[in-house]
Design a binder for this molecule. Sequence first.
Ligand code: GLU
Length: 548
Amino acid sequence: MNNNDLANLIFPNINKTIEDYEKIYPKRKSNDEQAVTRFAPSPTGYMHIGGFYQAIIDYMIAKNTNGIFYLRNEDTDSQREVSGASKLILDTLKYYNIVPKEYEFNGEIVGNYGPYIQSERKEIYHAFIKYLISIGRAYPCFCTKEDLDEMRSFQESHKVRPGYHGNFAKCRKLSVEDQINLIKEGKPYVIRFKSNGDFEKKFRFIDEVKGLLMLNENDIDDVIMKSDNKLPTYHFAHIVDDYLMGTTHVVRGEEWLSSVPKHIEMFEAFDFNPPKYIHTPLILKKDGNSTRKISKRKDPEASMSYYKELGYPKTAVIESLMTIINSNYEQWHDANPDKTYLDFEYSPKKMSSSGALYDLMKLEDISKNIISQMTKEELYKESYEWAKNYSESLTKLIELDPDYYKAILNIEREQAKPRKDIAKYSDIESLIWYMYDELYNPTDYEWGKVSDEQEISNILKTYMDKYFTTDSEEWFSKVKELASELGYAANMKDYKKDPDNYKGNVADIATVLRVALTSKSKTPDLCEIMCILGKDRIEKRYRKFYKD
Ligand code: GLU
């Protein structure tokens, strides 16, 4: 009895060899520069910002090199799987235009290297495991949960490095005969990789972000195939899939860095070249005076749905992530204002190796800028699209009179210095509500220096009687004339020279006109607001303050 007998006993129906699969999935016809990257999430029901930023990097690397970015569904852990999760992942990528060239969804396989869903690749993994068993580099392990618990507590109490290694790797020492007999008896088993490594020895490893690292060799006989569903573990699937799918760059979280020695050893066992690795730093956030990891449990912004629900423009979300992806991104963007992130050349060397601090204020700034550059038609379209999904009240306002809504959006827009107060579509309603009689029912008026009711009445009445205009050319000079007539300085210079000579200045007058109309002391251009509201509505609002 030899290893071949063992391999055939475990996988009697696996007839294809690694060479067969190499023919089915030939090396991709690309030149050395063209990268093949993949996003390989587990469908656990959530699109984490950390995964999404890895997907952007994957996409950028492929784009920069005219290569291929594909999506692989890593669903080997059926207990953690949540239905609908793979749809959410693909939808999120598509929503942000980070579209994979190859993927599988709903029975449709796009690309020649599929299936792209791991649970559908069982036979392939089995062929690779069968080979390892036949060359003596993998074996069945019959240790029970109790055996492993015992091993762990022994290692803990004796301060021994944890894991199934050296003398702790009990089943490694079983003869092939014993292994075959135990399988025939029906004993449950997993398959473990047989490591040849020596933990005391170091080897050189280059991570594209962290640079040259000296790592300890692996000596742990890791599980590569689970007992219940006969699916591979992440470690093994990574080797097989990234080899057959021709991945050149693996972008993944730095929590996988400690697994690199096992991955390298497994690639070597097959005589495959490992891909390049880009281990991305954790996304951090400021919390008071300290920084900590963004947490799925505590921070709503850890989920990509947060940004969509609040209505941040897609480009703003991506650009805010670009600023933590590459430290020179903002500088590059300032120097190339007409270019988009798609023109940017990603470099792992310009990635922080210690942690990426994500700042929602930065997102707000980027977003305000992007929204300020939109035309009214663009903002109308985007915000309406958002409202239909997330805000019944804004949808109602828009549908009441789309042109009126557009006119409001156009205040201080499509000009050299546009307004920058909208950071997300969910801000809009709270910034424009006073333009709608349906919503205008203020309880609080933000009066400034002038708060005397008689004086307010006087200012408003005189304005409506003598100086009202919606002609932007003469609007401000009329307000100045009103100021002069009522004893306020018409310009600031005069006022500063001799403040005691006046009741106040033209800004105080403008504030009264503004607050009486909107209840707010800060609004965009008042003349534009008046023009849109129209004389009747203005008069109606002002009348409330008239005294006899
Ligand atoms: N399925 C793994 C995860 O979700 C992917 C890691 C990788 O990209 O290789 O963490």
